[in-house]
Design a protein around this ligand. Structure first.
Ligand code: ZN
Length: 138
């Protein structure tokens, strides 16, 4: 069995962002040489997510609005976590958007439905953060 591991680094200029990382994961898959197996992609930080959805800017706007309704950033004083920091909302947003995705690899490709794409969801950006890509298979 082959095993492959890589860390992808991101630094978003804003506090919140969604980045389509599918091309990076496809590059990792090519490097791994795995034709049949599984790929795991997870955020290595507790204020960021990895998830699968549509690459459509209206939807990304809707996600951001929805998450801000559920866990508004301001006022930061509303959260018990925000003692000496201001990212409680980012922890909550990450929790609902998820830590990781697992995708099937078939015939050397991500075995996706038509509109499925992998995203990095940043909720407390403006610093360097990592995503882990682990691929196993034959
Ligand atoms: Zn925190």
């Amino acid at each position: 069995m082959k095993s492959y591991r890589k860390e992808l680094w991101f630094e978003t200029p804003n506090r919140r962002a969604f980045i389509n990382i599918t091309p990076h994961v496809e590059e990792c898959l090519k490097e791994s040489g795995v034709r049949e197996g599984l790929v795991l992609v997870n955020a290595m930080h507790i204020t960021a997510s990895v998830f699968i959805n549509d690459d459509e800017s209206g939807l990304h706007y809707d996600f951001d609005k929805w998450l801000e309704k559920l866990a508004p950033h301001e006022p930061v004083s509303q959260y018990r976590h925000n003692v000496g920091e201001d990212n409680a909302d980012a922890h909550l947003k990450r929790q609902i958007m998820g830590r990781e995705v697992v995708a099937a690899v078939t015939n050397g490709k991500l075995d996706f439905g038509q509109w499925e794409q992998i995203f990095y969801g940043e909720f407390d950006g403006r610093r360097r953060k990592r995503v882990l890509v682990k691929i196993i298979g034959e």
